[in-house]
Design a protein around this ligand. Structure first.
Ligand code: NAD
Length: 420
């Protein structure tokens, strides 16, 4: 089989990672392509009435990667550069991430090609609802469950849930996760991804015997994940010395006032114009000397061109796919940098999304403490599996995480067999 529709740098990157991992575990050739390529892909056209009365069309995608372990699960991204190939690559990573964490899901991802900064709130609502309307035949609490990703948030999830519920005729909170708590969202979900990132960073700092109060963090991307990671790192006593968003970066060697930056960015919808730190470019920010560097924005920001200039002890991949294959090969040879791979590092988000789904299905809700404790348990177990695999076979940490995740998907496919 040949596939052309997914052609993109992100999909190629996910495929190259998969091919290497499949080689390492000597994956049965009859299972390689079945495990690698997405099961389904939907492309929809969303007509939306704009505030000026005109109708504009937006292209939307949803890729469901595999169905062998349960319903599919994954975020929805609103970004002007989204392509179906990017979404397909992200859906593959979701599959390995869910399997690594032991969640009963296949991976999925969705996206709409749109610049949300150019939409009014009412246009954003109509677009979100329209996308869900178009996707109704393909999603459901036992089929495919969406969640926030770049450019989407709790409010978008609330509109999507409401659209689906209106269609079905009764409230179905389990159709999406990352909803407001008042609608059946989970305590701890909003901060789960960033908190999970900080938790695993702390865990590796402990392994490396780095005192937390002497550690510094640099974060690219100050959205949901980056800002929550900053708050959690601060709470663990780790100083955040630089942050950034799409408009640029901010540096203060004495420590960024994260709360102040968060309040400013909520009011101004970005950090642009924030005066409490020195201005620095996003590219220079990646090269700052620090204990932990956290890319928390887009894919492919650490490349063969800048990887040798990284000046961190730990690279914690909060974003999905921030490191290109070429850069990864170079990092693999660098014992001075501990890389915490994306499919593990940012998995706190989908772990708590899973908890939200479980709570919605049983209409029984847990406290924030319960949620975070259960998330920590899963992260600790996944870390142990990765480190054991790494040690046993001499893999890099990324290879270890990928092979554990992929093997679990392959095992499910093997025992289920091929229907009919
Ligand atoms: P978000 O939209 O809330 O924030 C994204 C941030 O990145 C914003 O501050 C934006 O200005 C910044 N940004 C965008 N382009 C940039 C660029 N070129 N340079 C620097 N900064 C840039 O998105 P998010 O939900 O925080 O997601 C961030 C990353 O984390 C994505 O890779 C996403 O796939 C991943 N992720 C998110 C979740 C989640 O629960 N939201 C879970 C797992 C992984």
């Amino acid at each position: 089989m040949k596939t052309h529709i997914y052609k993109s740098k992100v999909f190629d990157m996910a495929c190259r990672q998969f091919d290497k991992a499949a080689d390492l575990i000597n994956l049965d050739p009859s299972l390689i392509k079945r495990t690698k390529y997405p099961k389904r892909c939907m492309v929809v056209t969303c007509p939306v009435r704009m505030d000026n009365g005109q109708v504009e069309l937006f292209e939307g995608y949803r890729v469901q990667h595999h169905l062998s372990l349960g319903p599919t699960k994954g975020g929805l991204r609103f970004h002007p550069a989204v392509t179906v190939g990017e979404v397909a690559g992200l859906s593959m990573w979701m599959s390995w991430k869910c399997a690594l964490a032991g969640l009963p899901y296949g991976g999925a991802k969705g996206g709409i090609c749109v610049d949300v900064s150019k939409l009014s709130i009412t246009e954003l609502e109509r677009l979100s609802r329209r996308y869900m309307q178009e996707m109704i035949p393909f999603v459901g609490p036992n089929t495919d469950i969406m969640a926030p990703d770049m450019g989407t948030n709790e409010q978008v999830m609330a509109w999507m849930m409401d659209t689906y519920a209106n269609h079905i005729g009764n409230s179905i909170p389990a159709i999406v996760t990352g909803k407001p708590v008042s609608l059946g969202g989970s305590q701890g979900r909003r901060e789960a991804t960033g908190h999970g990132v900080a938790y695993v960073v702390k865990s590796y700092m402990n392994d490396l015997r780095i005192p937390l109060d002497q550690a510094t963090a640099v974060i690219q991307g100050f959205g949901n994940v980056g800002s929550e990671a900053a708050l959690a790192l601060n709470a663990f006593g780790i100083k955040v010395i630089a942050i950034s968003d799409v408009h640029g970066g901010y540096y203060n060697a004495n420590g960024i006032d994260v709360q102040n930056a968060l309040e400013y960015s909520k009011i101004h919808k970005s950090l642009k114009g924030w005066k409490e730190a020195d201005i620095i470019s996003n590219e220079a920010l990646l090269r700052l000397k620090c204990t932990v560097l956290i890319p928390a924005a887009l894919e492919r920001v650490i490349t063969e061109d800048n990887v040798r200039q990284l000046n961190c002890r730990i690279l914690a991949e909060a974003a999905n796919g921030p490191t290109t294959n070429g850069a990864d090969e170079i990092l693999k040879e660098n014992d001075n940098i501990t890389t915490i791979p994306d499919i593990f590092c940012n998995s706190g988000g989908v772990i708590v999304s899973y908890f939200e789904w479980v709570q919605d299905l049983q209409s029984l809700f847990w406290t924030r403490e319960e949620v975070l404790r259960k998330m920590h348990n899963i992260l600790d177990r996944a870390k142990m599996e990765i480190e054991t695999q790494k040690q046993k076979y001499g893999y890099s940490r990324r290879e270890a995480a990928l092979t554990v995740g992929i093997q679990k998907v392959v095992n499910a496919k093997s025992v289920r067999g091929l229907f009919p």
